[in-house]
Design a protein around this ligand. Structure first.
Ligand code: ARG
Length: 464
């Protein structure tokens, strides 16, 4: 027997196909605990304002507590014919406490209810993500600290460019993830505004106290416009955008970890816990965690596109399309939380192969820029020095030697300005140390940067 439609308006029942299309409880039931919290605050306010009796308010609170326990215990059989998490919980409440339960929905609509639930849920996700980002930033700082003096080739165009400190490279990612953190904090401010009290779209004639509810739920304020409040999803788009950026940053790093752990580079080894073997090739140790994260970034970028496309054609105010905001939102949050946590842990298992990095420094003529600068310091114009060193490099290629191995008499053929002190001048450590500008890779500067970020992390830890 099919159930009759919800409410008195309908004589006929819903088509099974309509039910399949329309139900959201299969995915929004995960909002149940936040829905109950919001309902509790609403019920308390309704009682306090005399909109319902104190007894009814108390009965509702008691009923919600009981339902919350059931939800936490995983004992609830969600009914898709009741459409969504809100109607399911309301039906459970009425089944449990009778008439009083029918009064909970006074002065509210599912439109402001879902908007409120999602904001409460999202606020918790953001706080969780901020903590996981913190651990990730800490892991980067630990690596920077542990291998502080290691020098490796810095790349442009994936070609050897100039030597840099490994710590400098790690702190580059630290900066990205710190901006990601700042972005999330910014988004959180706009998420933490309460839509409840907007009702379906226009507000309610009942004498509600929105501030009271907002206070109980820990919102920073209440929405200013009921029509905006029930139909705006830009805070979700901002959140997914922040997630897409985090995933993009992780994906860039993943790409480097994959390259660095290849035989060709052998710069690092990722611990067994975050790599896997091959079902056929016994020698393999694959950087799957990094690869999967790189792959999952695609999905989160997709989530952002989905939300943008979902909202772009919608007239005010609530439209049922908005129910479709949840799968991409949940997916973006779940994926980003997981991948950030994975990276924080995986980085702790990374060991750096200093010798491989040192060997790599001998390839690609990383000293060329410094050699030109050397000539500049001897009075040669930079453009001319650039030309001379280019010819020296060509000579090295002919002789199959590196710049530090090229004998002085060879150098002399290209310019009389070359002296034997050039060999010291182009030692990797010396080259790195010369980049002594704020933001540069000189150990002095990187040490300063590292001390600064450690102070920042310490302050953040104390605040939480
Ligand atoms: N399940 C809906 C959603 O997620 C609830 C909101 C209101 N539904 C409605 N028919 N007015 O958007």
């Amino acid at each position: 027997m099919k159930k009759k439609q919800w409410g008195g308006r309908f004589a006929g029942s819903t088509d099974a196909l309509m039910e399949r299309l329309g139900e959201s409880v299969s995915f929004d039931s995960r909002l149940a605990l936040w829905d109950i919290r919001a309902s509790r605050a609403h019920a308390r306010m309704l009682g306090a304002r005399g909109i319902i009796s104190p007894e009814d308010s108390r009965a509702i609170l008691w009923g919600l507590d009981a339902i919350e326990k059931e939800v936490k215990a995983g004992n609830v059989a969600w009914d898709v014919s009741l459409e969504d998490v809100h109607t399911n919980i309301e039906a459970m409440l009425i089944a449990r406490i009778g008439n009083a339960g029918k009064k909970l929905h006074t002065a509210r609509s599912r439109n402001d209810q879902i908007a409120t639930d999602v904001r409460l849920w999202l606020r918790d996700q953001i706080d969780d993500l901020l903590q996981k980002l913190f651990a990730l930033r800490q892991a980067l700082v630990s690596l920077a600290e542990q291998y502080f003096h290691v020098v490796l080739p810095g790349f442009t165009h994936l070609q050897h460019a100039q030597p840099v400190l490994f710590a400098h490279h790690m702190l580059a990612y630290y900066e990205m993830f710190t901006r990601d953190r700042d972005r999330l904090c910014e988004v959180r401010k706009r998420v933490n505004i309460m839509p409840l009290g907007s009702a379906a779209l226009a507000g309610t004639p009942h004498p509600i106290d929105r501030e009271m509810v907002a206070r109980e739920l820990g919102f920073d304020g209440i929405s200013a416009n009921s029509m905006d409040a029930v139909s705006d999803r830009d805070h979700l788009i901002e959140f997914c955008s922040a997630c897409a950026l985090i995933m993009t940053h992780l994906s860039r790093m993943a790409e480097e970890l994959v390259l660095w752990s290849s035989q060709e580079f052998s710069f690092i080894e990722i611990g067994d816990a975050f790599t896997t073997g091959s079902s056929i090739m016994p020698q393999k140790k694959n950087p799957d965690a990094a690869e999967l994260t790189r792959g999952r970034a695609a999905g989160v970028i997709g989530d952002l596109m989905t939300l943008l496309a979902l909202v772009k054609g919608l007239p005010l105010t609530y439209n049922r399309d908005l129910q479709e905001d949840k799968p991409p939102l949940f997916h973006a949050a779940d994926t980003t939380l997981l991948c950030v946590e994975v990276f924080a842990r995986m980085l702790q298992t990374v060991t750096v192969n200093e010798n491989a990095m040192k060997r790599a420094l001998q390839q690609g003529f990383l000293e060329a820029t410094d050699l030109a600068d050397y000539l500049v310091s001897r009075g040669v114009a930079f453009r001319e020095a650039h030309e001379i060193v280019g010819r020296v490099v060509r000579r090295c290629l002919e002789l199959q030697v590196t710049l530090p191995d090229l004998p002085m008499e060879e150098y002399q053929k290209f310019s009389g300005a070359f002296g034997s002190d050039l060999y010291e001048y182009i030692r990797p450590e010396v080259m790195v140390a010369r980049r002594d500008v704020p933001g540069g890779t000189a150990p002095k500067q990187v040490r300063r940067a590292l001390n600064r970020v450690k102070r920042v992390l310490k302050q953040e830890a104390e605040k939480n």
